[in-house]
Write a protein that binds this ligand. Structure first.
Ligand SMILES: NC(=O)C1=CN([C@@H]2O[C@H](COP(=O)(O)OP(=O)(O)OC[C@H]3O[C@@H](n4cnc5c(N)ncnc54)[C@H](OP(=O)(O)O)[C@@H]3O)[C@@H](O)[C@H]2O)C=CC1
Ligand SMILES: O=C(O)[C@@H]1CCC=N1
Length: 271
């Protein structure tokens, strides 16, 4: 892809995407440029680590750039857009990974009818395993979406969704890795309290999650059918699952995802 790509925001999500793109060699490294609000040490570190470019001069950064990726926190979006909007034109493509903020709000902040795509990746992007959802704003064409897909496929899989579904997507796959890590913390604690050493527990749990994920991807079976295949009558799994049911596991997880979705809606209203 012969495109110049600028990242506005140089935090953990920007780095996860940059490292995936650099590894996939999708564009020449020097065509990836990163900026932030004030932390020069951080952008210099990214520049050295990935052999990309960094600069604080927003005019120079934005002019001639094909794709601008907004990767700030939601409450910093307005200031970030203010700092570049004088140099942005409608033949550029804006991609926002910021949770909650709609393409309509982003367009209002730019004040021009510009192509905007929202992307919701997750931090597994840094090893090429993101599950990224993409949603088109009203001025984004099919070609823009194709371009976004090519970019985000360098960091994992992509799904196209309606923008109205971005809140629930954020609750599932944007925040999702954190729920899995929290589950792992609990499983590790249980293993350690029964005398297993931490490294062995971590290794067994990580491979178990990886294997279960691959099974979900590769098997025709539903999650419920896969679970049932493990659950021998009166066996260990049944004992474990019954404990989860007694403790309202499904309700807890549904509330967790809904809370994240609702927070995404709030973030959009707070901007
Ligand atoms: N982390 C995750 O798992 C995911 C995050 N996201 C979304 O990605 C976005 C970024 O998250 P994350 O990377 O974790 O956040 P971080 O806090 O790690 O990074 C935010 C970055 O934004 C920069 N920034 C703030 N204000 C401005 C500004 N006015 N102009 C330019 N840059 C600015 C900060 O610069 P400085 O340090 O100089 O202030 C910093 O580099 C969030 O909106 C989040 O919703 C989406 C999917 C997953
Ligand atoms: O916690 C957050 O707000 C961001 C969005 C998805 C993952 N992290």
């Amino acid at each position: 892809m012969n495109k110049k790509i600028a990242f506005i925001g140089a935090g953990s999500m920007a780095e996860a995407i940059i490292s995936g793109m650099v590894r996939a060699e999708i564009v020449d490294n020097e065509k990836i440029i990163v900026t932030n609000r004030s932390n020069r040490e951080r952008i210099t570190r990214l520049e050295q680590r990935y052999q990309i470019n960094s600069m604080m001069d927003k005019e120079k950064l934005t002019t001639d750039t094909d794709i601008i990726i907004l990767a700030t926190k939601p409450y910093d979006m307005e200031q970030a857009i203010d700092s570049i909007k004088a140099y942005v034109t409608t033949d550029q493509l804006i991609i926002s990974v910021t949770a909650g903020i709609s393409t309509e709000s982003i367009q209002e902040l730019f004040g021009i009818e510009i192509p905007i795509i929202r992307a919701m990746p997750n931090t597994s992007a840094s090893i090429g395993y993101s599950a990224t959802a993409l949603a088109a704003g009203i001025h984004a064409s099919e070609n823009h979406m194709k371009e976004a897909r090519v970019l985000f496929e360098t960091i994992g899989t992509t799904e196209i969704v309606d923008e109205s579904d971005m809140h629930i997507v954020t609750g599932i796959s944007g925040s999702g890795p954190a729920y899995i890590y929290y589950l792992v913390e609990a499983m590790e604690a249980a293993a350690i309290s029964s005398g297993l050493d931490r490294d062995t527990a971590k290794s067994l749990i990580a491979q178990t999650i990886l294997g279960a994920g691959e099974m979900l991807q590769q098997s025709e079976d539903t999650a419920a059918a896969l679970r049932e295949k493990i659950t021998s009558p009166a066996g260990t799994t049944q004992a474990g699952i019954e404990s989860l049911k007694r403790n309202d596991f499904q309700k807890i997880i549904m509330e967790c995802v809904q809370a994240a979705r609702d927070r995404s809606i709030e973030l959009g209203n707070e901007k």
